[in-house]
Ligand binder design. Structure first.
Ligand code: CIR
Length: 279
C-alpha cells in the first residue's frame, strides 16, 4: 500500500489526468450475416451464433490493445455491416466516409458517419462515380497506401488525395494482384514504420524504409493483423505468423475468425480505430 500522500505514477490507469483511451468503433454481427458477400459460397455456411462469439473475442482483443470500444447497433438490413472498416477512412481527426465498391453495401456508411461526427471527427464524403473501401487503405506514419482494387477506383483514390493531402498525408496508390479483394488482405501496419506482409504478394520495396515482417505464403490470410503499441491481434491457427510477430518483439493474442473468413473478412475489417497517435 503506498503512503496516502505518495506521488501517483503519471501513467497509472486511475490517475485523474490520465488521457482517455482511444476509441475503436465496431458493429455487431447481424442475424443476416449468413448472407454476407463471399467470393466463394461458404460450405459449411456461416454460423451466425459462432460469428457472434468470435466477434465478442475480437472486442475483448480490442480492449487488450487499449481501446475503448463503441459498439454501433447491428443492422439486419446490411449482412456485411460488421465489416465496419470499409465504411470510412479516419486519420488525424478527419473522416472520409466511403462510397462502397459493392452496391449492396452502400447503406452501411450513414450510421458510421453519424458516430464519427458525434465523436468530433470532421466528416467528408465522396460522390458517384467514386468508390472506395476502407480495407484498401493502410496508414504507415504520414503515408496512406491505397489499393486500386475491385472496390476502390481512381475517382475514389482522387477523393482520398483531395481530403488528406492538404493535411500532410501522402497518398500512395498500389496496384493489386488479380483476385485480391483489398490491399489489407495482403498486409497490415504494425506501427508507423513496420508492416506485416504476405510473402510474394507485393514488392517489399513499396514500403520504402519501413521494416517488413514476413508472413509465409501458406499463412497469407494472417497478414491481416491488428496492432497497437507492441501488441497485436492475429487470426488463430497461424503458428508461423505468430512466431514471426513474437520474434519481432510483439505480444500476440490469437482471435478465432473462421466465420468472418467465410465472408472474405479478417481482423482489421471489423473495426475503425480512432487512434490519435497510431503506433
Ligand atoms: C465484402 O465482400 O465486402 C465483405 N463480405 C468482406 C469485407 C471485408 N472487409 C475488409 O477486408 N475490410
Amino acid at each position: 500500500m503506498p503512503a496516502p500522500d505518495a506521488p501517483r505514477a503519471p501513467d497509472a490507469p486511475d490517475a485523474p489526468d490520465a488521457p482517455a483511451p482511444p476509441v475503436a468503433l465496431v458493429r455487431g454481427v447481424p442475424a443476416t450475416f449468413d448472407r454476407a458477400l463471399a467470393a466463394t459460397p461458404p460450405d459449411p455456411p456461416i454460423d451466425v451464433t459462432l460469428a457472434r462469439a468470435q466477434h465478442a473475442a475480437y472486442v475483448d482483443g480490442l480492449r487488450w490493445l487499449g481501446y475503448d470500444v463503441v459498439v454501433l447497433p447491428t443492422q439486419d438490413a446490411h449482412p456485411d455491416g460488421c465489416f465496419v472498416e470499409d465504411a470510412a477512412v479516419v486519420a488525424d481527426g478527419v473522416a472520409l466516409v466511403a462510397r462502397a465498391g459493392a452496391p449492396s453495401r452502400r447503406g452501411e456508411a450513414e450510421a458510421v458517419a453519424a458516430a464519427l461526427a458525434a465523436r468530433g471527427a470532421v466528416v467528408h464524403r465522396m460522390e458517384e462515380p467514386a468508390t472506395l473501401d476502407g480495407g484498401d487503405v493502410l496508414r504507415l506514419g504520414r503515408r496512406l497506401f491505397v489499393g486500386r482494387s475491385p472496390r476502390t477506383n481512381d475517382a475514389g483514390i482522387a477523393r482520398l488525395v483531395e481530403v488528406f493531402a492538404p493535411r500532410g498525408l501522402e497518398v500512395a496508390p498500389v496496384p493489386l494482384p488479380p483476385g485480391t479483394l483489398h490491399l489489407k488482405c495482403l498486409c497490415a501496419p504494425l506501427g508507423p514504420d513496420r508492416v506485416l506482409l504476405a510473402d510474394g504478394a507485393l514488392s517489399p520495396d513499396l514500403f520504402a524504409s519501413a521494416a517488413v515482417v514476413r508472413v509465409p505464403a501458406a499463412e497469407a490470410y494472417a497478414a491481416n493483423a491488428l496492432a497497437r503499441r507492441g501488441r497485436v491481434l492475429v487470426a488463430a491457427g497461424h503458428p508461423l505468423t505468430r512466431r514471426a510477430l513474437e520474434a519481432a518483439g510483439l505480444e500476440v493474442r490469437e482471435i478465432p475468425t473462421s466465420e468472418f473468413r467465410k465472408a472474405d473478412g479478417a481482423l482489421t475489417c471489423l473495426s475503425i480505430p480512432l487512434d490519435p497517435d497510431p503506433r
